[in-house]
Design a protein around this ligand. Structure first.
Ligand code: ATP
Length: 305
């Protein structure tokens, strides 16, 4: 039997009073992939993850997590997933080891304690320290350990490297890759583009409660936006080029050279350029960072609308 996708979301909507947090999210995560869920503050990342775990109920839409309906099988869904919330609430008087022991008991002792200690070692976290004495970054490590320790099939991680220094971030990336190599699916939210570029095999970009793009990070760069530097052999009037749909000038122009950002098909621009005295044409790819900014540009020409 073919295993169901790790996550299937169709037409998910969620409102908080008058705030439309999710406006019809469609997303599918394959088994064994690392998917980065990218979006700025307030885009709907946390809301989506919380719906998947039935921590909040959507207004409408369909969801399946490991083939299960979270509203009908919340216990099974949680047993088979590892969840890192944005903010972890744990009993402060317990030490790290006691808190993790307690969780392990609640989960039916599914974690191998040597693996828990291994994770603590990798993240340089002292299990003997009381939770209440931990820094923000070290609390984050506890959150990561509790998400990983029972080797779940699916990891749902809300900003996994938040508060961690760059070396620790790298260690977390390694742990996530190892989990994936062991067969797990990793779904993590982030607003850090470099992080998504570093480990995600696919990226879904959410903007104002809707997925606006979904692809491999490299492919996303390839297909969506390009930048062309055009040099002319004599001064020209560039207005007809700038007026083309999907074309935006970058920086200023002296009439001899212009850089144009193009969304979608470049055919129209190439045809328009045929009537210009072009002496040189160079194509540049946008970084994921630039692409991301273009999505969130608020001048009405941004991709997400
Ligand atoms: P961040 O990166 O800041 O965590 P996010 O992408 O996770 O952002 P959400 O936390 O899902 O975004 O929020 C989506 C929208 O819903 C935002 O406008 C937010 O203000 C709103 N929102 C989230 N939770 C609540 C709540 N409990 N009550 C009211 N509005 C909420």
């Amino acid at each position: 039997m073919i295993a169901a996708p790790a996550i299937e979301i169709e037409g998910l909507t969620k409102t908080y009073g008058s705030v439309k947090a999710l406006r019809g999210v469609d997303l599918r995560v394959k088994r064994g992939e690392i998917l980065g869920f990218l979006g700025p503050n307030g885009a709907g990342k946390t809301t989506t993850i919380r719906c998947l775990l039935d921590l909040i109920r959507p207004r409408s839409g369909r969801m399946r997590v490991l083939g299960l309906d979270p509203a009908k099988d919340p216990v099974a869904v949680r047993a088979r997933t590892g969840y890192l919330p944005g903010e972890l609430n744990m009993e402060g008087n317990l030490t790290v080891a006691q808190a993790l022991h307690y969780l392990n008991e609640l989960r039916g002792r599914r974690s191998d304690w040597s693996f828990v200690l291994h994770l603590a070692g990798r993240l340089e976290l002292d299990p003997a320290v009381p939770i209440k004495n931990l820094s923000k970054g070290n609390k984050q490590k506890v959150g990561l350990i509790q998400a990983l320790m029972h080797r779940p099939e699916l990891l749902l991680l809300d900003e996994p490297t938040s508060g961690l220094d760059p070396l620790m971030q790298q260690e977390v990336y390694r742990l996530l890759r190892e989990a994936r190599d062991g067969g797990a699916t990793v779904f993590f939210s982030s607003h850090v583009i470099s992080e998504v570029e570093a480990i995600a095999e696919r990226v879904a970009i959410i903007r104002r409660g809707v997925i606006v793009e979904e692809a491999a990070p490299g492919r996303l760069i390839d297909m969506s936006l390009r930048r062309y530097r055009v040099r002319f052999s004599e001064p020209v009037e560039v207005t007809p080029l700038i007026a083309l749909p999907g074309v935006l000038p970058v920086g200023s122009t002296d009439g001899m050279e212009i850089t144009l950002q193009v969304e979608g098909e470049v055919d129209r621009l190439i045809k328009a350029l045929a009537s210009f005295p072009v002496s040189d044409l160079q194509s540049e790819h946008l970084s994921l960072e630039e692409l991301f900014l273009a999505y969130y540009r608020d001048d009405g020409k941004g991709k997400g609308g």
